[in-house]
Ligand binder design. Sequence first.
Ligand code: GAR
Length: 211
Amino acid sequence: MKNIVVLISGSGSNLQAIMNACESGIIANAKVAAVFSNKADAYGLTRAKEAGITTEHLAACDFTDREAFDRALAEQIDQYQPDLVILAGYMRILSGEFVRHFAGKMINIHPSLLPKYTGLHTHQRAIDAGDREHGTSVHFVTEELDGGPVILQAKVPIFSDDNADDVMARVQEQEHRIYPLVAHWCLQQRVVMEGNNAYFDGACLPPSGYA
Ligand code: GAR
């Protein structure tokens, strides 16, 4: 049985999708061993507890700086011997040391078609730019914010009367579909990171990931 550790800061709908996929076998032979949040009131912690999964909360104010926080977090995560660390709406910038510690076995989902719209407010920025197409990207985490090699993207349309919530709902529906799939591929070692590239079954993926 492989171990997954999930980091969240909020609602945890992607966490829910990952937990469901472990239950249903879409992610084969794996379990969510623990869920960590930097926010005590993250609803994802409730979701995890309801599923009988161990939860941990670390508050940034208890640490002198980002490096100290991330060192403590890494130590605690290591206790679960994770095969994969999944960032699911984890809204903290990671220290270089933390990223290097989990290099090649940490993935993130970002709500845009990377490399477009790194950072925050991606749905509104896509609407403001007049984009007709938007989406989400799953990528390996590297020290560059939202810049690691993309594994898989899903596209959604933007319609003329959409607001950011409409777009977010459409994007999240796709996130819940593709994130478990990528987690499964990673745990099966079908997708690996080498250097700054992602490989699928030995083939180097293009910047937009597997298509
Ligand atoms: C997701 O849409 C995810 O793409 C985004 O936060 C949301 C979390 O939702 N992540 C980022 O913006 C990271 N840069 P959830 O808590 O319901 O899974």
